[in-house]
Design a protein around this ligand. Structure first.
Ligand SMILES: Nc1ncnc2c1ncn2[C@@H]1O[C@H](COP(=O)(O)OP(=O)(O)OP(=O)(O)O)[C@@H](O)[C@H]1O
Length: 280
């Protein structure tokens, strides 16, 4: 029998402390009559320890949203809070992993030196070395720290980029389509790796993806964005058991139901975007 889809209303998120909170977040690019409104009052919270995926049509502003949360872009209105403080600069306890691993690692430095970079002047040498070793081990790169990024496969480089974020031991990891540029098998391995490290470090994860299967597989909640100008169209609880398993979880009827529901909402958001553009 089909179960109903559980939606979380804003302000009614699962119990626990809100680590990230978006309050009526607005962002437009450009000024005057040529300004284009991308985010048009986005509201949601991420609770400590949650894994939240954000999906939405292409161009709906997912990267823009993540950059506002990371303090890399100033909102045009509303605000984002990190651990109860309004974000006005990149928060110290937040790390970002971007899609383009080839640009996020410095090619003239070894992997160890890349991971050490954000730790410099923050921790004594011995602690830095211990953090680097632990982060490398947790992403399956123990003993590979002496390599340069260009000596590694795409999947290994993205593991190294994740290790750099983890070594900092952030409270929140923001990930912007981190596996979009790797092959399908590596992507599956990295999805499970991120679930493992989330459990190991108890990190809160906010993960942007185009891939609906990936979102439902990884998330505790999926936030679906409407087409631009963008708001939250759905906030869906993923009531699949943990630990997730690439075959068993995806075989569950509930997985198929949730996947179909998210897919339909994105299709609806896409057609609204086309209509909005035609009306403009
Ligand atoms: N710096 C900028 N200046 C002007 N427009 C921008 C800028 N950055 C993004 N945009 C526009 O804002 C809109 C949203 O972009 P954004 O990259 O946030 O969307 P997205 O949902 O992440 O897209 P995709 O799914 O294709 O990666 C797009 O139309 C994009 O062209």
């Amino acid at each position: 029998m089909q179960q109903s889809i559980i939606e979380t209303r804003t302000g009614d998120a699962p119990a626990g402390e809100a680590v990230v909170e978006l309050v009526d977040l607005r962002k437009s690019y450009g000024t005057g009559p040529s300004a284009v409104q991308i985010l048009d009052g986005v509201n949601f919270e991420v609770r400590r320890g949650e894994f939240v995926c954000v999906v939405g049509p292409s161009g709906s502003g997912k990267t823009t949203l993540l950059k506002c949360i990371a303090g890399l872009l100033k909102p045009s209105g509303g605000r984002t809070d990190f651990e109860g403080q309004e974000v006005t600069e990149p928060p110290a306890k937040l790390a970002v992993v971007f899609q383009d691993y080839s640009r996020s690692l410095l090619p003239w430095m070894t992997v160890r030196a890349n991971i050490a970079l954000p730790l410099r002047n923050k921790f004594p040498k011995q602690e830095r070395q211990a953090r680097i070793d632990e982060a490398l081990e947790s992403v399956g790169l123990a003993g590979k720290g002496h390599l340069y990024p260009w000596q590694m496969s795409g999947g290994m480089q993205q593991r190294a980029a994740i290790a750099r974020g983890l070594a900092y031991q952030p409270d929140v990891l923001l990930m912007d389509e981190p596996f979009a540029a790797v092959d399908a098998q590596t992507r599956i391995d990295l999805e499970d790796l991120v679930l493992e490290v989330r459990d190991r470090y108890d990190t809160t994860v906010l993960f942007v993806t185009h891939d609906i299967d990936e979102a439902v597989y990884l998330a505790d909640r999926v936030i679906v964005l409407s087409g631009a100008p963008t708001t939250v169209s759905h906030n869906i609880t993923v009531d699949l058991p943990h630990p997730r398993h690439q075959v068993d979880t995806k075989r569950e009827p509930r997985f198929a139901e949730l996947r179909a529901f998210v897919f339909e909402q994105i299709q609806a958001a896409k057609s609204n975007t086309v209509r909005n553009r035609a009306d403009a």
